[in-house]
Design a protein around this ligand. Structure first.
Ligand SMILES: Nc1nc2c(ncn2[C@@H]2O[C@H](COP(=O)(O)OP(=O)(O)OP(=O)(O)O)[C@@H](O)[C@H]2O)c(=O)[nH]1
Length: 419
């Protein structure tokens, strides 16, 4: 009676493949591809090693058992080292690029010598487990964090030796059950499902890693939001805006499409604070950010540039279109009074405040793609608009070639052009 039935192997392989696909799909969705691929390769190598381990039993190649076991453990340890680097990546530690190479060469050299000396299977297993415990040590240290003192080093070494020894004991029991099945009949049933047990262990590892990854992604998303969003208005802060501007500039320049920029500044905002207080001032800023946002197109990016100043990045937008959009924003703000009636502890009879904005518009068509040049030119135009009396826009549209000027630009009393 075969100790290991092929059904278990096939069933477990299907389970393993299913798990890998699941891991790929779920982890891949978070775009941490480098990390995901490390774990997938790690698992594949471990799965391959486990498969090779059972080849002699399935195909009755007992004479070559030592050879298969040493190849199997080389693959398992290599898989573990790739896996450990994935854990290090997740924890934000530096990756040991040569860890896998070191593990593989150590094991190959060690196994080649032992096979050449016709060492018994137990010795081959023991040497492989020592290397495995070393990889485990790296893994547990990377997972749990680093203690730099002597006690921590000893602790991690003991922990990994214990885990490796537990595994070794497990495999020894497999060995006993496989080699002398008649003596240890009780083990046969369990041994026949050894591959299944190994698969379950791998599923547990995958689930643990999945949880770690989800936690990591959530923490990163939270930190990213804190770092790049403005707490009051919810739009990008200056840092987020700078990142977005750099990205948009790189893409626009590569595909040779114009990029526009607007700086929108609330007029006489100091008065709002002085008359109604900072609480109302804050509410007005928040509502105005929302109003400006609602006037934008999909793909446009808004950020808070300064106190009552917003910057808007416009992909695929030339000078004329920037001016048109600036005018639309100006008009929307002018015609949308900010309702302050609902603001708590406000002792004023005013129910809505009428706000206006001045806008400086510019695009890469007249000043190039450099973000600093765009900021400077938009700021200059904003200054022009303020100087001309506020509640208006200023742009460089007139600087374009005569042929370009034929394009429709909506000009009215509130639109001026920069000198
Ligand atoms: N409530 C509130 N006020 C802010 C905030 N950030 C900046 N401010 C205020 O915005 C006002 C800006 O004043 P100014 O720079 O003189 O500009 P302005 O009164 O809008 O005048 P112009 O821009 O020249 O039309 C200051 O009173 C700041 O205290 C904020 O987050 N909340």
């Amino acid at each position: 009676m075969p100790v290991l039935d092929l059904n278990s192997v096939i069933l477990s392989s299907i389970g393993l493949t299913f798990m890998l696909v699941l891991v790929l799909l779920v982890f891949g969705a978070y775009q941490q591809r480098a990390l995901v691929m490390r774990w997938v390769w790690g698992m594949l190598l471990i799965g391959l090693g486990l498969s090779i381990y059972f080849i002699p039993d399935v195909f009755a190649l007992r004479a070559q058992h030592e050879l298969y076991v040493s190849i199997a453990f080389s693959a398992i340890c290599l898989g573990l080292s790739v896996y450990v680097n994935g854990i290090r990546m997740l924890r934000g530690y530096r990756i040991y690029r040569y860890l896998s190479l070191l593990v593989l060469t150590t094991l190959l050299a060690c196994n080649a010598i032992l096979l050449n000396m016709h060492a018994p299977l137990r010795v081959i297993l023991l040497s492989n487990f020592l290397v495995m415990s070393w990889v485990f040590a790296y893994g547990s240290r990377s997972l749990m964090g680093f203690g730099k003192d002597f006690i921590s080093h000893v602790f991690w070494l003991c922990c990994s030796l214990f885990s490796a020894m537990t595994l070794m004991l497990l495999f020894m029991m497999f060995e006993v059950a496989l080699i002398d099945a008649e003596l240890l009949k009780d083990f046969q049933h369990w041994s026949a499902h050894a591959y299944m047990i190994a698969t379950i262990v791998m599923v547990l590892i995958a689930v643990t890693c999945l949880l770690l990854l989800v936690m990591n992604v959530r923490t990163q998303a939270g930190l990213q939001a804190i770092a790049t969003l403005d707490g009051l208005t919810g739009v990008l802060n200056r840092r987020g805006l700078q990142d977005a501007a750099n990205r948009m500039q790189a893409v626009s320049q590569r595909i040779k499409l114009p990029m526009g920029m607007l700086i929108v500044d609330l007029d006489y905002f100091k008065k709002v604070n002085d008359v109604y207080g900072h609480l109302v001032g804050d509410a007005v800023l928040k509502v105005c950010a929302g109003t400006i946002h609602s006037a934008l197109r999909g793909g446009d990016v808004i950020g808070r540039y300064g106190g009552e100043e917003f910057c808007i990045l416009l992909p695929n937008t030339g000078e004329h279109e920037s001016a048109v959009l600036a005018e639309r924003i100006r008009k929307t703000i002018e015609t949308t009074p900010v309702n302050i009636a609902g603001i708590e502890s406000l002792d004023v009879s005013t129910r809505a405040i009428k706000c206006t904005v001045s806008v400086g518009a510019v695009s890469s068509e007249t000043v190039g793609y450099q973000i600093d040049s765009l900021f400077a030119a938009a700021d200059h135009n904003l200054y022009q608009a303020k100087q001309a009396g506020r509640n208006r826009i200023a742009s460089n549209a007139h600087r374009l070639q005569a042929s370009d000027e034929a394009k429709p630009v909506k000009r009215n009393a509130s639109v001026i052009v920069s000198q």
